[in-house]
Structures are given as C-alpha cells and as structure tokens.
Ligand binder design. Structure first.
Ligand code: SF4
Length: 342
C-alpha cells in the first residue's frame, strides 16, 4: 500500500459512516478499492440516496452523477467530486435553451401529445426540463420500458441526449425506422421537416457518447475473424449497425451480469469502456477469455485519481462541491421519481 492509499484509508476510518464514496464501474481499480459502493449511475444514485446518515458524499464519476446525488440528497448532506472538471461530453450536448427550442419546434406539429424522456446521463437542467413537462428519466436498462409507458399512453417521445440509445431502444421496441427521427440542435428547425416530424413517434436528440460511438462494424468483423468462438457484446450507446451485429447488448450492469453468468471456458469480446473490460478480464482470468472490442476509454472518468480523492478528503475545497439549485433540483427530482415508479 502506498502513502496516498494509506492516507485515504485513515481519513475514511476517521469519517466512518459520515462519509460515503460511490464510484462508477468505469473508474480505475485504484479508485474502486476506496469505494463504499460500485455500480452504474442509477445504482449509485439509489445506493447514495439510501445513505441517510452520511454527511459527505464524494462521487467518483462524472458531473451528471454527482448532480443526481445532490438532487436526491437529504438535508445536511453535501456532495463533492475529486475533480470537478470531470464532465460528460454527451450530457453537454443538450442544454436547457436548446431543449426549449426543440419543444417550440415540436409544438405546431405534435401539439401537446408528447413527453420528454431523458437519459440519466444528462445535466440537472435537462432533467428539470423533463420533470416540468411531465416526462421521465430512463437508464440504458429500462429505456424500452419507459418508451413503452409513453407510447402506450398515446403520446410521442422526445428522447435526449443520446441518439444511439434512443434509436436502439426504439428498435428493441419494434418501431420501424420510419417512425424515428433525429433532431439536430445545431441545424435550423432541428434539420427536420414538418412531414418528417408528423411521421415520427420518437424524436431522438443528435448527441452521443464518444466512448461507445467509437465501436464500428469493422471492429465486430475483426473480433469475429480473430476470435471465431467469441460472443460479441456491446452497450446500446453504440451505433445501431454495430449493436445489430452483436450477440447481446445491454447496460453496463447487464454486460457485467452476462460475463458473470458465462459458462467456464467462454470467450467474450466486449464493447464498452475499457477500464471495465480490463477489470472483467482480470476478475475472470483463468475462467473466461475476455477481449475489448476496441480499447475505448473515457478521459473524463479517468480524471479521478487517488491523489485528487485524497485532496478532497483532506481539505474539502468549496470548488469541488456540486450544488444544484433548489428550483432545478425540485423539477429534476420529478422525472427521476417518475422513472422509479415505472
Ligand atoms: S463514458 Fe460516455 S456517457 Fe459516460 S461519462 Fe464518458 S462520455 Fe459520458
């Protein structure tokens, strides 16, 4: 154990149950060893919200996750990030003013018959946009269920900010491509004609996770040629053509479960963030043969280091605190609460 690890362990002991450290699956093992809970963004939100006795929460992940923890916190708790600059480029691809402009674009064609659905990988402002319009949040594991809830109510869907998760969930639901349109916030009118909007049941926002969009059809073909016995599995933030070529697609937790349940001797190529793929390969070494579909990493997730974690635990800098305004938090909480009832 090195001096930084020892110092973190000492501070964690001093704080005891008054400190809670959640860490996302995509964090490095050097961080995960200090975590009180490891999971995907939703699991961590749930686990964090259950820590009523914790005074300080230090979220090892990216900003939208820490914001969600702040939205769900109870009075007296405060949320920090080891590196407040750890953002999510995909979450940043949808701003509140762009979402409001999109709502205006939909209004003359869709009238009032639509609801927003937002991926939890979005800013607090986008969750608030969704909450005040009666929509729901979703995750990569329940997107299909949430889409079905809206469509069954006779309404259409604006999904943001990930085009690929939206397109893949619509496909899983059996919707033809002709009923899915892509809204580009950087184009006039979103790049959509009234006719295209009128024919769409789901409009997906043109945003993407660069980590998962990096996977290509060529990667899948290459993996199959190199490892003919391997199953190829991928996260649904990957483009649809890639997802359709794979043997399985699912959320981070579902991918982990797939690996855990694989029979001994299986070979698996995995298309998700590389820290997780490498850790799964280590955890199952000798039992399974695991390869990255392509070694794609998230630099924002990698901003959290043992050194930045230690620094926040030692000095609690105000600049590292994540605070969502009470007004935004109240609206954002609505769409998270709605998701949990579905
Ligand atoms: S992996 Fe993708 S969705 Fe997650 S934080 Fe990085 S860019 Fe954002």
């Amino acid at each position: 154990m090195n001096t930084v690890e020892r110092a973190i362990d000492r501070l964690r002991q001093e704080w005891g149950a008054r400190l809670f450290i959640p860490a996302h699956y995509y964090q490095d093992s050097a961080i995960l060893r200090h975590a009180d809970a490891t999971g995907d963004s939703l699991e961590l939100s749930r686990r964090t919200a259950a820590q009523r006795g914790a005074e300080k929460i230090v979220f090892c992940g990216v900003r939208f996750m820490a914001e969600t923890a702040d939205i769900l916190k109870v009075p007296g708790q405060s949320v920090y990030m080891p590196d407040p600059a750890a953002g999510c480029p995909m979450a940043d691809m949808a701003t509140d003013s762009q979402a409001e402009a999109c709502a205006k674009r939909l209004a003359p064609v869709w009238k009032g018959d639509w609801l927003p659905v937002v991926y939890v990988n979005s800013s607090a402002a986008i969750k608030a946009f969704c909450g005040r319009r009666g929509g729901s949040a979703c995750t990569s594991s329940n997107a299909v269920r949430v889409f079905k809830w809206v469509l069954d109510s006779g309404k259409r869907i604006l999904f943001l900010p990930d085009e690929h998760l939206g397109v893949n969930a619509a496909h899983d639901l059996g919707l033809p491509d002709s009923q899915v349109a892509v809204y580009d916030p950087l184009k006039p009118e979103g790049g959509l004609t009234d006719k295209a909007l009128a024919g769409a049941k789901i409009v997906v926002w043109k945003g993407y996770c660069h980590v998962h969009r990096a996977f290509t059809a060529e990667h899948v073909l290459h993996a199959r040629a190199r490892h003919p016995a391997a199953r190829v599995i991928v996260h649904p933030e990957a483009p649809k053509d890639v997802v359709r070529m794979c043997d399985f697609h699912g959320s981070t937790t579902q991918l982990i479960d797939y690996v855990r349940q694989a029979p001994d001797g299986s070979e698996i190529a995995i298309g998700t963030e590389n820290h997780l793929v490498q850790r799964l390969a280590e955890e199952h070494a000798g039992r399974l043969s695991i390869h990255p579909l392509f070694p794609s990493t998230c630099p924002d997730m990698a901003r959290t280091t043992p050194e930045t974690l230690l620094a926040v635990l030692e000095t609690w800098p105000a600049a590292n605190r994540v605070q969502v305004s009470p007004e935004l938090a109240a609206e954002a909480r609505l769409c998270l609460a709605r998701m949990l009832t579905l």
